[in-house]
Design a binder for this molecule. Structure first.
Ligand code: PMP
Length: 352
């Protein structure tokens, strides 16, 4: 099937909204086209709907062609757009895994798209061999998450490649945490599914500035995809989904790759220190190695431990996802001082 065959019909025939000034990029002109307020507040003009300058900065850092990029108000917006563009509600279906990032399934439900949730195996990996059995002629999307939230493990790129070779829909690889696996190397890095894009146009990679780049408050999600899919995503995208302040601040931050790499290295170092400290905690039944910026543990008394930490001003995330994760606690890596505090609290806890 060509790309058009796996795009929702109403999107294929959609005439996109064209915003004022879309065609125009000159200077020193009188702008009377967009019903803006003429008085300069710093923000009286609409932002660039195509985020051209920001895309150039992202393309440079990620070493990808800007024509492959769609930016979203966080990758959450991109997840929703991907479902809307590819799946016909009430007819098509999508595949997600559990435990993984819960938003894929939520977006499926919001859009009235059947969502098939498959349990990960005991190593927190998809049962790749069972996957073809869950796929049928109406499966349009498979959401993979690597490194996976909340388990922290990376899923082998080789398996993604195999799947891409035999599945006729879109494979979305959510790499929100990939920079912590590569140590901040560009996504041309062999660990990243970006390396599959040329060969497999149905592979779609999601990344974000929210994690390793430290800009969760700005809301910039990055979709790297085949230009044909980019065209369709642009059709459904709200024209001004990335505001002026965000575009400006993100361009500035992306210019400083050195700070970015230094912080990523620091977080990775702290993650490994926390891992070693957690391994000595007697009431953790398991501590899982992680390639992200968090660690997953199991603790039978996870509720009591959570309440104790909250009472002491430290908030962590309970992950109760049967059948393989009944008793999970996910700890985000903090600053060295915050991690010291966490370790100290764990050492002082007497299990009830
Ligand atoms: N994907 C994964 C795997 C995540 O864990 C998160 C954030 N928790 C997101 C996407 C969303 O990130 P954002 O919308 O901030 O880009």
């Amino acid at each position: 099937m060509n790309a058009e065959g796996i795009i929702r019909e109403n999107i294929r025939s959609l005439v996109a909204y064209t915003s004022a000034r879309e065609e125009f990029s000159g200077q020193d002109v009188t702008l009377l086209d967009a019903n803006e307020n003429p008085y300069d507040t710093g923000y009286n003009r609409y932002p660039d709907p195509f985020q051209r300058e920001l895309k150039r900065a992202v393309a440079r850092v990620k070493r990808v062609d800007a024509a492959r990029l769609v930016l979203g108000n966080g990758s959450d917006e991109l997840i929703d757009m991907l479902v809307r563009v590819t799946c016909e509600p009430g007819r098509d279906n999508m595949i997600v895994f559990s435990p993984s990032y819960a938003m894929y399934e939520v977006c499926g439900h919001v859009n009235g798209v059947e969502t098939r949730s498959l349990d990960l195996d005991a190593n927190f990996e998809p049962r790749w061999d069972a996957l073809p059995g869950a796929i049928d002629g109406h499966t349009r999307l498979v959401f993979l998450c690597s490194p996976n939230n909340p388990t922290g493990n990376r899923w082998p790129l080789e398996r993604v490649r195999e799947l891409a070779g035999r599945f006729d829909g879109w494979i979305v690889v959510d790499e929100a945490y990939m920079d912590f696996a590569t140590g901040g190397e560009p996504s041309g890095d062999p660990l990243s599914a970006v390396s599959l894009l040329e060969e497999y146009p149905r592979v779609v990679v999601l990344q974000t500035l929210s994690k390793a780049w430290g800009m969760a408050g700005l809301r910039v999600g990055i979709c790297i995809a085949d230009p044909a899919l980019v065209t369709y995503l642009n059709r459904v995208k709200p024209p001004y989904n990335i505001n002026s302040l965000t575009q400006r601040a993100a361009i500035e931050a992306l210019a400083d790759e050195e700070t970015f790499r230094r912080r990523v290295r620091e977080i990775v170092r702290e993650r490994e220190r926390l891992y070693r400290a957690f391994a000595r905690v007697p009431f953790f039944e398991a501590v899982y190695p992680s390639e992200a910026n968090f660690l997953l543990t199991r603790c039978a008394a996870y509720r009591e431990l959570y309440d104790y930490l909250v009472a002491n001003g430290v908030i962590v995330r309970v992950r109760h996802v049967p059948p393989f994760l009944e008793d999970g606690l996910r700890f985000t890596v903090g600053t060295p001082g915050e991690n010291d505090r966490l370790i100290q609290l764990l050492e002082q806890w007497t299990r009830p």
